[in-house]
Each structure stands twice: as C-alpha cells, then as structure tokens.
Design a protein around this ligand. Structure first.
Ligand code: UD2
Ligand code: MN
Length: 346
C-alpha cells in the first residue's frame, strides 16, 4: 500500500491548501465583522455627542436614556438656586418721558394681576411688594418698568400692591402700609413684605428683595445723597420684614400724618423687640430717586418728635391691631393690585 501515483500526491497536498484557505477566510470574516461593530458604535456615539453638545441637555437626557418609561412624566419643579443665574448686577436705568403703561404691560406678559412666579423652579420666598401712593403716576410707571424685570431676574414669587389713599386729607404713608399688609394677606400667606416708596428705583439686582432673620433696610444710598447712609438709624425708603417680624412690632404706627417720623417710629419698634437692622453691602444697596418736590397734602409733620417720644409706651395699642380703614375698591390690573382705601383724616 506504499504506492502512490504523482496525481495522488498533488491531491493530498491540495487538501492542505483548501484547509488553509478555509481557515484564512473564517479569520478574515471575523475580523471584518468585529470592525463593523466598532464602527457602528462610534457613529451612534458621535450623533449623541452632537445632539447634546451646545444645548447643555446632557444631564437632562441621561435619566431618559436610563429609564425611558419616565419620558412622559413631568419633572417636579426644584427650588430655585440660592443665587439666580439671571442676575445682571448694576444696570443702567432709563426714565423715558415717552414711556406708556401699555409698553410696560407688553414688556411683562408673564405678569398677571400684578403677580409673577418662576416657571422652571419654585421661588425661595413669596414676597408682597407694598407701595403707598397718591398722585405720583409717572413715578409709578417708571418703578413698574424697572421693578418687574428686576424681581423676575431674582426668581421670586411676588405680587405688587399699590395702596392708594382716597381723598385729599393729609397723606399717611405708614397707615397705608399697614393696610397693604392686612389686604395682601387676604390673597396669600406671604413670607415677606417689602415696604417701598414709589419714587425709588433699585440700581443693582444683587440687592435681594427677600427677608432675612432680622428686619432689612435696602436703601443704603441714593443718588440725591451721594449714595451715603443718611444717618445711623435711618430706616426709610425701602424695608423688608417677614410676616412674623412685622406682626411682632405691631406694624407701623397709624398716627403719623404728613411727612416724616414714621420710619424712625418703626425703627424704635424693631429695637424694642431686640431685633437688629441689617443692610446689604453699600455697592449693591443703591437707588435712584426720581426727582420730586414735597407734595401738597404731605406737609412736614411738626408733631413727629413728640410722637416718637411716646412710641415705647403706645406701640402695643397703636399699629396693625388698631388700623381701621374702609376699602373702597380692589382692582386686579395687569401689572399691580390697586387697593383704594379711605384711611380717615388726622
Ligand atoms: C423719605 C423716605 C420715606 C418716608 C418719608 C417721610 C427716603 C428715600 N424715603 O421720603 O420712606 O420716610 O421720607 O415720610 O428716605 N407719597 C405719594 N403721594 C404723596 C406723598 C407721598 O405717593 O402725595 C408716597 C410715595 O410712595 C413716596 C412716599 O410716600 O415715595 C414718601 O414721600 P416722599 O417721597 O415725598 O418723601 P421723601 O422722598 O422725603
Ligand atoms: Mn421721595
């Protein structure tokens, strides 16, 4: 059987060639297949990369990729960040004589009935802005024009209340602010109240319209006084107190008719409660006061020094708990709630 023809030898060698060829083909096929898989993975990952890059959606998308079931469930609103990303710092204020209420309304479409609330997060405080007012329409317009965007940049839930003194009797800023507090609480259980002159426009949105653990005075400086604090105990213009702080001091006195004294009276009440007044940094707590003369019907209150002397004795009986008034109307206008009130006369 040791015999084999030359043809037989060729065939035997050919078998090895065929085997070798087949193994090489299998190896080549495996290599080609795995290469394609890597390529297709790379393509899909670059596509995701392009989609996500630039619009910061990566973090928002990742929970969806992980759990596709959540696609249709709205994400619950988280609390707004401690410092809003919308702040601009010092802004240039404009006081255009041609400005109209309609312009301010169309600039603030998200405000309805004087109220605004951030849409994508829950505000850290709910704030009622109280503005005592009579015949200062132009100042009110400038203030609304600047204050609405300012408060929205601070991501606050707020409503602006204008407390209008009806009639021509002597003006009483403090009593109007007490009325504002009581009326605003009928709408909502506000955390914080800002008592705000109509003619003071904040210049820097780092001056936060929120309340602190202590009563806060927001006007350190204004244009008319070279941006310096007028005097150490000065507590006028714009102040912020929580619902409880204001209740604890029994609000403002109702007895200051005409210009002056009511702000010092509130300071005395705060000090009697062993509270301390806090202020934001000087470079932030800056205001422009729209120029004005003393209004008729708001003459200097010559009795203010005597009244200030009796505050420690009378504050418990003179204030929120004795504030009598007659609400004549409450109009819910687009940019503010207009409360017109009869507060009597001196
Ligand atoms: C200072 C205080 C203010 C108050 C006042 C004395 C500052 C920046 N402000 O303001 O808080 O203590 O002295 O009472 O220091 N108003 C009207 N119509 C009037 C009269 C007054 O709307 O006819 C309102 C308005 O909101 C005005 C505020 O009362 O901003 C204060 O009156 P003001 O502006 O005449 O007094 P002013 O600037 O001396
Ligand atoms: Mn003023």
């Amino acid at each position: 059987m040791g015999f084999c023809s030359p043809v037989c030898k060729v065939l035997r060698r050919g078998k090895y060639f065929v085997l070798l060829f087949l193994s090489l083909s299998v190896l080549a096929w495996i290599a080609a297949f795995s290469g394609e898989t890597v390529k297709s993975f790379q393509v899909s990952s670059t596509t995701t990369e392009t989609l996500v890059k630039g619009d910061g959606l990566r973090d928002k998308l990742s929970p969806w990729t992980a759990a596709p079931d959540h696609l249709n469930t709205p994400t619950p609103k988280g609390e707004c960040p401690p410092e809003s990303p919308l702040l601009q710092g010092a802004v240039k204020l404009s006081f255009e004589p041609s400005l109209k209420l309609k312009d301010v309304e169309s600039e603030n479409k998200e405000v309805a009935k004087g109220k605004y609330e951030p849409t994508d997060c829950t505000a850290r405080q709910s704030v009622a802005i109280l503005i005592p007012h009579r015949s200062r329409e132009r100042h009110l317009l400038y203030l609304l024009h600047h204050l609405h965007p300012f408060l929205q940049r601070q991501q606050l839930h707020y409503t602006i209340y204008i407390i209008q003194q009806a009639g021509v009797a002597t003006f009483n800023r403090a009593k109007l602010l007490n009325v504002g507090y009581l009326e605003a609480l009928k709408d909502y259980n506000w955390d914080c109240f800002i008592f705000h002159d109509v003619d003071l426009v904040p210049e820097n949105d780092h001056n936060f319209y929120v309340c602190d653990k202590q009563p806060k005075h927001l006007v350190v400086g204004r244009n008319a006084t070279g941006y310096k604090l007028r005097y150490k105990g000065y507590f006028g213009g714009v102040t912020a107190m929580t619902r409880e702080q204001f209740l604890q001091v029994n609000g403002f006195s109702n007895t200051y008719w005409g210009w002056g004294g009511e702000d010092d009276d509130l300071r005395i009440r705060v000090e009697l409660q062993k509270m301390t007044i806090v202020r934001p940094p000087t470079d932030v707590a800056r205001y422009t006061m729209v120029f004005h003369k003393r209004d008729s019907g708001n003459e200097i209150n010559k009795d203010r020094m005597r009244l200030l002397g009796r505050t420690p004795k009378v504050w418990r009986k003179d204030g929120l708990n004795s504030c009598s008034y007659k609400t004549l109307s409450v109009e819910r206008l687009p940019l503010y709630v207009n409360v017109t009130v009869d507060i009597g006369k001196p």
